[in-house]
Ligand binder design. Structure first.
Ligand SMILES: [Zn+2]
Length: 342
């Protein structure tokens, strides 16, 4: 067998020789642009319970732990709870103000970013890029589609339509009537696409998911959802949904919440990633920890500082460094670039 054929055979078997100086998991993690697509830290920040400096105990996210976790881009979701629907716009303003206040208090360490250019500039300056998102947009806009323009001007770069129940825009994953997208929801989707706001399909009912897909073009993101084939749960996505997101060039951020995983272990996170990679391909899997929005955490991923453990586990599982780096953030950044256009 020729050298070329032999090398090809070795590559197929996954036995190619490691490079002369094999990178450690920490090297691979550090070299990656790490993007977390979903955390609920703004709830604590807005309530004054904690701050990004990490002085108050508890929670999963603050600047010292983001640093140790090697996070380059943190998406902060402004989550309007359905019980706040009647005052959704006011509540959203509070959460967005908390975002800007928290970021502006630490100008040397973190900066708000609304484009990939700004994310890259933050990286060059050694700062974490903070991206603003909205969770449960239907309640956050109180039925007024013009609010979407205001949110865009306030720096919102990604938005989901619902939480678990129905609202004026669509039905959520736990809504028993299993409805889809409303006429208002359709107009919100249209407006988001015009403005280049990433559409987040996490929390949607299956019917609403398919209707959002049909009403939109280009990549969609499920920021914090897992694979139903690995752990059956109404918040998880079927293989058909995963495949549809991949076909559109989108990504799914794996969620660290044990009930969605099936058990509170790092191995289960890897199991969901494995399945998503099998169904969608390695270009469509990302991270959406749900930190600071979850009351239980996997062993080994107790807070954001432990993220390098996931890199080590994926490498140990046989993923190549460049594949791990796609999952850690390369894929998410690709979608941002495509939807935001800069
Ligand atoms: Zn959520």
């Amino acid at each position: 067998m020729s050298a070329g054929v032999r090398l090809a055979a070795l590559l197929i078997m996954g036995l190619a020789l490691p490079p002369a100086s094999a990178a450690t998991p920490m090297d691979v993690h550090r070299d990656a642009i790490v993007v977390d697509l979903h955390v609920d830290t703004l709830l604590d920040l807005a309530a004054g319970r904690r701050s990004l400096d990490g002085a108050a105990p508890g929670g999963h996210i603050d600047l010292p732990r983001l640093r140790r976790g090697g996070v380059d881009v943190q998406v902060f979701a402004a989550f309007v709870h359905p019980r706040e629907a009647a005052v959704g716009r006011r509540r959203l303003r509070e959460l967005i103000a908390a975002f800007h206040r928290a970021v502006e208090r630490h100008p040397a360490e973190i900066v708000a970013a609304g484009s990939v250019q700004e994310i890259e500039a933050a990286g060059r300056a050694g700062k974490i890029a903070a991206v603003l998102a909205v969770e449960n947009g239907g309640d956050a806009i109180e039925g007024d589609v013009e609010q979407v323009d205001r949110l865009s001007r306030a720096g919102v770069r990604m938005m989901s339509l619902t939480w678990n129940q129905a609202n004026l825009a669509a039905d959520g994953a736990l809504e028993s009537r299993h409805g889809g997208l409303t006429p208002l929801g359709r107009r919100v989707v249209e407006r988001m696409q015009t403005l280049g706001i990433v559409i987040d399909v996490s929390h949607l009912s299956p019917q609403a998911f398919w209707e959002v897909l049909a009403a939109s073009r280009g990549p969609l993101v499920a920021t914090h959802s897992n694979a139903d084939a690995v752990q059956s749960h109404r918040r998880n996505l079927s293989d058909a949904q995963l495949r549809a997101l991949a076909a559109r060039g989108g990504v799914v951020g794996v969620n660290f919440y044990p009930p969605f995983l099936g058990a509170a272990t790092l191995e289960r996170v890897v199991a969901h990633i494995d399945h998503m990679v099998k169904v969608m391909g390695v270009d469509h899997v990302a991270l959406g920890s749900d930190f600071d929005g979850i009351t239980q955490v996997p062993q080994g991923l107790e807070d954001v500082s432990r993220l390098p453990n996931l890199t080590a586990a994926l490498l140990a599982r046989g993923y190549r460094p460049e594949e791990v780096q796609k999952i850690l953030g390369g894929n998410a950044l690709r979608v941002f670039r495509q939807v935001w256009g800069r």
